[in-house]
Design a protein around this ligand. Sequence first.
Ligand code: GUN
Ligand code: FE
Length: 440
Amino acid sequence: MGISKKKVTPHNTKKVTDMNSFVLKGNICFSKNPHEIQLYDNGYLVCIEGKCRGVFTSLPQEYCHLPLKDYNNNLIIPGLTDLHLHAPQFAFRGIGSDRELLDWLNTYTFPEEGKYRNPAYADKAYDIFVSELQRSATTRSVIFATIHREATMLLMDKLEASGLVTMVGKVNMDRNAPDYLTETTEESIRETRRWLSEAAGKYQRTKPIITPRFVPSCTDELMTALGEISVEYHLPVQSHLSENLSEIAWVKELVPSAETYGEAYEKFNLFGRDVPCVMAHCVHSPEAELELLKKNGVFIAHSPDSNTNLSSGIAPVNKYIQQGLKVGLASDVAGGADVNMLRMMAEAIRASHLRWRLIDSGLPALTFANVFYLATKGGGEFFGKVGSFEPEYEFDAIIIDDSSLATPRELSLTERMERLPYLADSRHIRAKYVSGQQLF
Ligand code: GUN
Ligand code: FE
């Protein structure tokens, strides 16, 4: 059968012809679970109205009338989800890994974030950030902006235009930061409500997310109000949890009634249960905190590059997978140095090897299948049915041309996939689709 010919089947009465229905052909790889990957040499990936219909070794007759794009020997994988990153910090990526978290915030992060009060600076910085993210392997992301409403709206406008699907938070901070980056409690609440009303109905792909920076940045009064706003608007929540030992000790002082750091969010209705919630890091979470994360369905954004750069530690991610917690992968730029999520997969594997060697030989290191799952279906679940090519999943896909990664060897498809985290970046991404829409 001529596979690139459009064929109309007479009995096919409900023929789908819209722009978002088509077939891609190539070497297809995706995850159904954290332990194994599905591989199709020269397979067919069918998209119907922006949703995945399945992967096939030969194209079923009923889809033969659809436009077919043949990517030949390229690799086709689900788009990657970056479950936690700071857009304003992209400006100093790769700089300042000589400090631990709290010092790093004061020395590098807060001075940079203060600049976003100036819309002209924000405009320039966010143009650079969004175009880099758009070219990367990322199709979906959960993003911190800064405390500034105007700059946050600018970022949302640019992300919407990029075609990526994101959640973006105006950050809330009413204590323990320099004056230039601290709101009063009333101001923080008022500006958050104003931001939400400005954003309401304005975007299709860009959704607001409630964003208390972390417990040390927010008074109890502000946390109470943010918990109420998230329930009132039914908005998801993002923050940081158990990243660094000094941070954890500080939270214990600030909220003595909470048994664990996680409880210091739960007290204020900011820890899952009623609305989706994602917490970055969980490097040092005690068992009681893990139980609460599991009970409330809170997602963990594992950020290995950041955790290494800021000497935070190595999260026992394989334990979280074994315990059935919801886990995805994140760059945490600029704790992490890059938006390249393929590289974050490599960082996760490397960190887990060192953890196995130096900390706990009872917990196996992460495999390629583990981290591929985290970067696709694991984190994608925060957006719904996202990150796989199983039927009914959103059609998010990236096409990778690895032909420039030269070798005299004949590589299997498994080997070609396995080397991507170590060798590939945005230069190898030939095309990108989000919900069936081709971005490039
Ligand atoms: N905790 C509070 N703020 C931040 C931040 O900007 N980056 C990281 N990695 N952790 C934080
Ligand atoms: Fe962060």
